[in-house]
Structure formats: structure tokens, C-alpha cells
Design a protein around this ligand. Structure first.
Ligand code: HPA
Ligand code: ZN
Length: 350
């Protein structure tokens, strides 16, 4: 809970989450339970003392030194997911937790390449996630979408092959968009042009991690070379006024993840993030959790951290949440419902 008296208001806001890797919501408790059930051998404590227990693993998570240091644990963690029911349990646990934080709509990333490389069928992954989505809609009234990510540390040709496999599900809307994640520096967006421009031609939504560890030039490239409609993290716009203005003019949404940026040492403190600058310049952004099981907080913890750092007004939060709703990849009808929820919260809070 934040230190602020606004906590109740922040909790009540109808949030849209746009930047959450579903595999990054794998809590250590479920990780160890699935490893035991599926007989997956994790690194032994002599190889890596972090795997001694839930508490040592959580303690190690608090000492990430970089994106790659985190990704090492992220990919080991997801290796315990084997059956459709494992994927369903993972996603349902996230939706339940997100509901408690006041999430109305969630667009979640997933990484098929990390599963098919271990011999898990693409269909296993999709069937587990879609089952959880249906239950979450029924149980919590949370609407959700899937965004498939190309892993940029792997050859672009492999990402393209995975994207091609997803096209039928993208055509039916089972998958709502294409994303780009994993090691940013040295893997610029332009390497993935073929997949992204094909996705644009077919009318699929597109986003890419850009401006997390790398600079604003990756954000400009994501916009100009692979024609994204969002940039994930995107904390580097202040490095170039003209790129920032382009993001404002083209209404390109930035999906920020404050606690992730601190945990992965992109900034020392949430105060250093350009939240105030983006609000003043009219850059649209949402606030998200990225990999909540690894970064010590879900979406409301991220809202609270921003409030503690920037002391925003209710009016400013209304703008953030309105932009999050409008920048979502859901139907106009769902947006209208969420705007009504937002207006109700605003009315009750004055
Ligand atoms: N950045 C890049 N790739 C990722 C991240 C991230 O924060 N989380 C999971 N994959
Ligand atoms: Zn991310």
C-alpha cells in the first residue's frame, strides 16, 4: 500500500494493463510446486544458491543487475510449465490478483518460442491461456487479450517462423497483436521488419519493447522501421524532443513499468522516470507491472509507487486512466463501459 491517502482512489480506478508478461507472473511458490509435479530439475543450490528455497529465490530477485540478469531467471522459471493446466493455472492466478488490484482489462504478452524450444506444443500454451481468459471473464468480469512476443535475442528468422504459426489465431482474434521482447541492446527493431510489416499489412496490432535499456534511437526505429502503435517501457523520449513530439502527434502510447525500471537498474528511483514530463508534454502512457512475480509488485503497487514519487492529482490520474482505456486494443463498446466506470469513480471521489 502506498503512503498516500489516495490509496483507495487508486485501487478503485478501472485499470487497463498493457505490459505484463504472463510468464513473469509465475510466483516462486507455483514455480517450485510445478517443478516438483512435472519432475523438472531446476539448478541445484550448489550451482545457484538462489534455488535453495522460495525465500532465497525472492531475495535473489531483489538483486537483479540488468535486464539480462533477470531474463536468466525468467527463462529458467517458465521451464516448469508443461501441460495446458499449468498455463491455465499461471494465467488464472494473474487474473485473480489483477482483479484485486482493480484491473478491468488486461493485454498480456506471452513467449511461444521459449516453450516450443522445450518441446511444448504451441497449442498447449494457447489452450491453457484461453481457458484462463474465459474463467477470468466469468469470475471477475476482466476482459483480456493475448499479445505474442518475438524473442529478439534469437535469430529474426526464428521469430518470423513463430509469427507465421500465429497468423491463423491472429486472424480470429485469439491473439490480438504482435510484440517484441527480451534483450534490447544489440537487437534493434529493424531486424524484425519482415514480421512487423507483414503484421501491419494484415491489420494486426503491433508493439515493441523500446527505450528500456537502449536509447531513444530504438524508439524512433520502432516507429519508423516497424511501424509500432505502442512502445513498451519507452522511458527515453526526453533524450530527443523531436521524437517525443512525434509520439505526441501520432498518439503512440508508451507502456511504462516503474518498479521494473528500478529493479533492473534502468533508474535508481521511480522519481527519475519522466512521468511528470510526459504528462506535461502530452505523451500518452499507461502504468503496468511487466513481470510482477519478479519485480516485487503488481499493477496497484506500480500506481502507488508513482503516486509516492510524483504526488499526482486525481485529475492527472483521470487523464492517465482515460488514456489507458483509449489506448487499449479492445472494442469501442468495452472502452465506453470502462470510461463509465472511470467517471463513476471520479464522481464518488470528489
Ligand atoms: N524487457 C524485455 N523483455 C522482457 C521483459 C522486459 O522487461 N520482461 C520479460 N521479457
Ligand atoms: Zn516487458
Amino acid at each position: 500500500m502506498c503512503k498516500d491517502s489516495m490509496h483507495e482512489f487508486l485501487q478503485a480506478l478501472p485499470k487497463c494493463e498493457h505490459h505484463m508478461h504472463i510468464e513473469g507472473s509465475l510466483e516462486p511458490e507455483l514455480l517450485f510446486a510445478l517443478a516438483a509435479r512435472n519432475k523438472i530439475s531446476l539448478p541445484s543450490p550448489s550451482e545457484d544458491p538462489a534455488f535453495e528455497s522460495i525465500s532465497t529465490l525472492l531475495a535473489r530477485y531483489r538483486r537483479f543487475t540488468s535486464l539480462d540478469d533477470f531474463l536468466h531467471y525468467y527463462f529458467i522459471g517458465m521451464s516448469v510449465l508443461i501441460t495446458p493446466s499449468d498455463f491455465e493455472s499461471l494465467a488464472y492466478a494473474y487474473f485473480k490478483r489483477a482483479h484485486a488490484d482493480g484491473v478491468a482489462h488486461a493485454e498480456v504478452f506471452f513467449d511461444p518460442q521459449a516453450h516450443t524450444a522445450r518441446g511444448i506444443a504451441y497449442e498447449t500454451v494457447i489452450s491453457g491461456f484461453t481457458a484462463a481468459q474465459k474463467r477470468a471473464l466469468h469470475d471477475f468480469k476482466i476482459t483480456s487479450e493475448l499479445i505474442v512476443c518475438i524473442l529478439r535475442h534469437l535469430p529474426a528468422s526464428e521469430g518470423e517462423e513463430m509469427y507465421r504459426q500465429c497468423i491463423p489465431d491472429m486472424e480470429t482474434g485469439v491473439i490480438k497483436g504482435l510484440g517484441l521482447s527480451s534483450t534490447e541492446k544489440g537487437n534493434p527493431p529493424s531486424l524484425f521488419k519482415a514480421s512487423f510489416l507483414d503484421a501491419e499489412k494484415r491489420g494486426f496490432h503491433r508493439t515493441a519493447h523500446a527505450g528500456e535499456e537502449a536509447g531513444v534511437e530504438y524508439m524512433a526505429e520502432a516507429l519508423h522501421e516497424i511501424h509500432v502503435q505502442r512502445a513498451d517501457h519507452g522511458i527515453k523520449l526526453v533524450e530527443d524532443e523531436s521524437v517525443m513530439q512525434e509520439f505526441v502527434d501520432k498518439k503512440i502510447m508508451v507502456t511504462m513499468c516503474p518498479l521494473s525500471n528500478v529493479e533492473l537498474r534502468c533508474v535508481k528511483h521511480v522519481r527519475e522516470l519522466p512521468i511528470r514530463k510526459y504528462l506535461d508534454a502530452g505523451v500518452r502512457f499507461s502504468i503496468n507491472s511487466d513481470d510482477p512475480a519478479y519485480f516485487g509488485g503488481y499493477i496497484l503497487d506500480n500506481y502507488c509507487a508513482v503516486q509516492d514519487a510524483f504526488d499526482l492529482s486525481k485529475k492527472e490520474w483521470e487523464t492517465i486512466v482515460r488514456n489507458s482505456i483509449e489506448g487499449s486494443w479492445c472494442s469501442q463498446q468495452r472502452k465506453t463501459e470502462m470510461i463509465a466506470l472511470l467517471e463513476d469513480v471520479m464522481r464518488k471521489s470528489t
